[in-house]
Structure formats: C-alpha cells, structure tokens
Design a protein around this ligand. Structure first.
Ligand code: HPA
Length: 236
C-alpha cells in the first residue's frame, strides 16, 4: 500500500503497461486481459492485473504529465517490483513525414521538465529507452506490418503554449519527431532504479501539417499499438 495505491505487494505483474488515461487502463484490461482483476482505484487512477497469451501482465494509469507518472512509476518499481514499464499513449507530430496513425517508438526523450533537468546540475542527461525493448518493439511492429518511426520524442510539461513555443521550433530541426508529456521522466526513473522502459505512441495530431486522426482510426490504431506493447511486455 502507498498513499496513491491500495494494491498489496504481489498484486502487480513484473511487466506493466502505462496509459495516461484511467479509462484506457480499464479498456485495455477488459479488452485484452484474461481474468482482469482491479488492483488499484485510489483517485480513480485504475490499475489491473490479468494475463495476456498466458503470461501475467498489469496495466496502471499514470495520469497526465511527468509529476503524476513519476509517482505511480516510483511506487510500481520500489513497492511492487515492476521490472518492465511500457507507456502506451498518443502524441503530437513534429515532422511532416510522421502521419497520423503512425506509431512512434521513443528511442530518446528530450524534455523541458525540471523533474529531469533538476537532477543533473550542469549536465544534460539523455533519457533513453531500454534497447532490448526498443529492438523487440521494432521487430514486432515490422512483423505486424505496422508503420513506425523510432526517434527522439519531446516530453513537455506544457500542453498549451499560450505565449508561443520558446525554443520548441528548434526541436524538429534537430530530429525530434513527436511531443507528449511523460516519456522522459519514465526513462529517467527506469535508469535510476535499473529497470526497463519504453514509450510507444500513436501520432494523433500533427503540429506541422495540422492533420488529425478521426475517431474510428483512433480506436483501431490504439488497438494495434496496445497489442504491440503487450507482446513486447510479455516477451521481455
Ligand atoms: N502535445 C502534448 N501531448 C500530446 C499532444 C500534443 O500536441 N498530442 C497528444 N499528446
């Protein structure tokens, strides 16, 4: 038990999928898991454990943004023994070559977040995905015929840039292909505690071309992405 999670030790599998949205956690458990069991509902930030292809697997909502994700991930690792953490989410596109519905494997995660920058003083730490998970996801996406891009994600603390994108416009020029709000903190915590992490996102809205996904395509794409993440998680 923790202040944010009333699950008992042993209630989570070693591999945990991390969507931001609690209702997506519920949908993943109810759609894909055999015998899903609700293990956490504190703040309605739902967590479930079940099986996928005969192997134990969990899903825990992370909430939005790096502070929220950091709480759940810290506790999953240090209280519940999680060893493989795979964020599944959506992201904005920062490169016209990335089309809506494409999958982005966040090989690295640049960030404006004090959560990451504050740890390292004068140094710029490069938060990176676990190579084994990244390779497995790329191989499995190829085998499934899923179009994916592996590259640098921006994990921003800011969704609404009311006063413009200070410095943000330089990132696409340096190869950053997508923007979301969690991967860098996930990778930094995984590095700190010696566990594996990967972020897999479906691109839903391109900030360059303003292309947006429609509701039907969103659901199919999410299904493909979650199946990919589940296959990577249980093989890890
Ligand atoms: N910004 C941040 N996070 C996101 C976006 C975005 O444009 N789209 C989906 N998640």
């Amino acid at each position: 038990m923790t202040p944010h999670n009333h699950a008992k030790e042993g209630d989570y599998a070693e591999a945990v999928l991390l969507p931001g949205d609690p209702l997506r956690a519920k949908w993943i458990a109810e759609t894909f898991f055999d015998n899903p069991k609700l293990v956490n509902s504190v703040r309605n930030c739902l967590g479930y454990t079940g099986t996928w292809k005969g192997k134990l697997i969990s899903v825990q909502a992370s909430g939005m943004g790096q502070p929220s994700l950091s709480i759940y991930v810290h506790e999953l690792i240090n209280t519940y023994g999680a060893k493989t953490l795979i964020r599944v989410g959506t992201c904005g596109g920062l490169n016209a070559k990335v089309k809506v519905r494409d999958v982005i494997l966040a090989q690295g995660a640049s960030t404006d977040s004090a959560i990451v920058k504050g740890r390292f003083g004068a140094f710029n730490f490069a938060p990176i995905a676990d190579f084994g998970l990244l390779r497995s996801a790329a191989d499995k996406a190829d085998a499934k015929g899923l179009k994916f891009h592996a590259g640098n994600m921006l994990s921003s603390d800011i969704f609404y840039h009311a006063d413009g994108f200070a410095g943000y416009d330089k990132l696409p020029d340096h190869g950053v292909i997508g923007v979301e709000m969690e991967a860098a903190a996930l990778y930094t915590l995984a590095a700190r505690f010696g566990v594996r992490a990967l972020t897999i996102c479906t691109m839903t809205d391109c900030l360059i071309t303003h292309e947006e996904i429609d509701a039907d395509a969103r659901q199919t794409s999410l299904k493909d992405m979650v199946e990919l993440a589940l296959d990577v998680a249980v093989d890890a």
